[in-house]
Design a protein around this ligand. Structure first.
Ligand SMILES: NC(=O)C1=CN([C@@H]2O[C@H](COP(=O)(O)OP(=O)(O)OC[C@H]3O[C@@H](n4cnc5c(N)ncnc54)[C@H](OP(=O)(O)O)[C@@H]3O)[C@@H](O)[C@H]2O)C=CC1
Ligand SMILES: N[C@@H](CC=O)C(=O)O
Length: 376
């Protein structure tokens, strides 16, 4: 039986679904000769680590209890007295992770899984990569930091998987990497890459107010922890930057043209998330409704589109024919069209659910299973 010891950072919507998937796939993985041994789980306040790091994992019932606790909005530290684990508070936990990585990294391998939405994980990720660990990310922020951070993280590309950072569970990055490895030059990528904005646009088209739709998208697990990351275009811009860097463009976020659907006066420095969801969104209802109606009067729909072509990279709203590939999208579906030498007249098209905790966690799990050849 091949064993992958793993540490999960971030146990919110995606992280706790990942733990549930790991538990429910036990017999499938065992048929494949694989055991995922969860040795640690962290949230924004603390890190819980199994006491016998070299031989044991956190018990499945314990992991499910932990998911219930996080779902109820509690901190992991609440389970501190449960016997077979130790809890470390931040910032001490960072040192603990590095210690675990040095113990397990080279010897038995360790998968470090980042399901946070934080840019604060970059430094620990770089350290564990250098210690021989594998890294799996749903978090886009480490990959959209400086070019230097990106290159340090991607130093050993076979040990890094981040499929869920673009398109949630869709095979976007794997497909792109196959095209690149075959020497087929990518000329242009066009896509609708936000589950939230896809859902928002199609629901507003159906006559619902933006404020109501964004709140629904949040409760369905489509939005970022702060939905302004979606509405301001930053989440799509991060996906565009990740794709552009995979294509070999050495660019930073400031090279991407980004259109925001909310004004600066509603930014995070001015309004809390709750304030924005409460009164801020109401102020945006009319404007988006008018734009959607104007597009409809031309037989068109609005879509938030990402275009990468040559050195140009931009994300923003476009008015498109209702029966185009992007115009036909409904709900949280994403679509990505890739134009290359081999796919020149008809692009390669990847389409399907592009957001949601379940599908995203499934993408992360597939990445973890994918690295098994790197484990003894
Ligand atoms: N939802 C989706 O459809 C998709 C999400 N993603 C990405 O997945 C990631 C997770 O999203 P989601 O689960 O919705 O987010 P949540 O806000 O639900 O969960 C984030 C988790 O990370 C924890 N956390 C925050 N900072 C740190 C830190 N420095 N160290 C350790 N843990 C930390 C939080 O702790 P606490 O519980 O204490 O707050 C929380 O448990 C995001 O990066 C998102 O962009 C990617 C593709 C699709
Ligand atoms: N908030 C994102 C989630 C996936 O990256 C989206 O809406 O697409």
């Amino acid at each position: 039986m091949k064993t992958i010891p793993l540490i999960l950072m971030g146990c919110g919507g995606v992280g706790s679904h990942l733990l549930q998937h790991i538990v429910s796939c036990r017999s499938l993985h065992s048929l494949q000769g694989l055991l995922l041994r969860v040795v640690g789980v962290g949230d924004s306040k603390s890190l819980m680590v199994v006491d016998d790091l070299l031989n044991k994992g956190l018990d499945d019932n314990f992991l499910l209890e932990l998911c219930r606790l996080k779902h109820a909005g509690e901190s992991i530290s609440k389970l501190a007295d449960s016997g077979h684990c130790h809890v470390f508070a931040h910032p001490e936990s960072q040192g603990k992770i590095v210690e675990i990585a040095s113990q397990l990294g080279k010897k038995s391998g360790l998968a470090f899984v980042d399901c946070t939405a934080s840019s604060g994980t970059v430094s620990v990720l770089k350290q564990v990569v250098d210690m021989g660990c594998c890294v799996v990310m749903a978090n886009k922020k480490p990959l959209t930091s400086t070019m230097e951070d990106y290159e340090n993280l991607m130093k050993y590309p076979r040990r890094i998987r981040h499929e869920s950072t673009v398109g949630a569970g869709l095979p976007v990055i794997a497909s792109l990497n196959r095209i690149i490895s075959s020497g087929d030059p990518v000329h242009r990528i066009v896509g609708s890459l936000s589950g939230t904005l896809g859902y928002v646009m199609s629901e507003v088209e159906d006559g619902k107010p933006l404020s109501q739709v964004v709140r629904a998208a949040k409760s369905l697990g489509y939005t970022e922890p702060d939905p302004r990351d979606d509405l301001g275009g930053m989440d799509v811009a991060r996906k565009a930057l990740i794709l552009a860097r995979i294509l070999g463009r050495r660019i930073n976020m400031d090279s991407i043209q980004v259109e925001s659907l909310y004004p600066k006066e509603m930014g995070p420095d001015v309004m809390t998330v709750d304030d924005f969801l409460g009164r801020g969104l109401l102020l945006l209802d009319n404007d988006i409704q008018e734009r959607v109606e104007k597009a409809a009067s031309n037989g068109n729909v609005l879509r938030y589109v990402c275009v990468i072509e040559g050195p140009r990279c931009k994300v923003g709203v476009q008015e498109l024919p209702k029966n185009s590939a992007l115009g036909r999208l409904r709900g949280s579906d994403n679509v990505l069209e890739v134009y290359t030498r081999c796919y020149s007249d008809q692009p390669l098209v990847i389409q399907g659910a592009g957001a949601g905790n379940d599908t995203t966690a499934a993408g992360v799990l597939a990445d973890i299973v994918d690295i098994q050849d790197l484990f003894p």
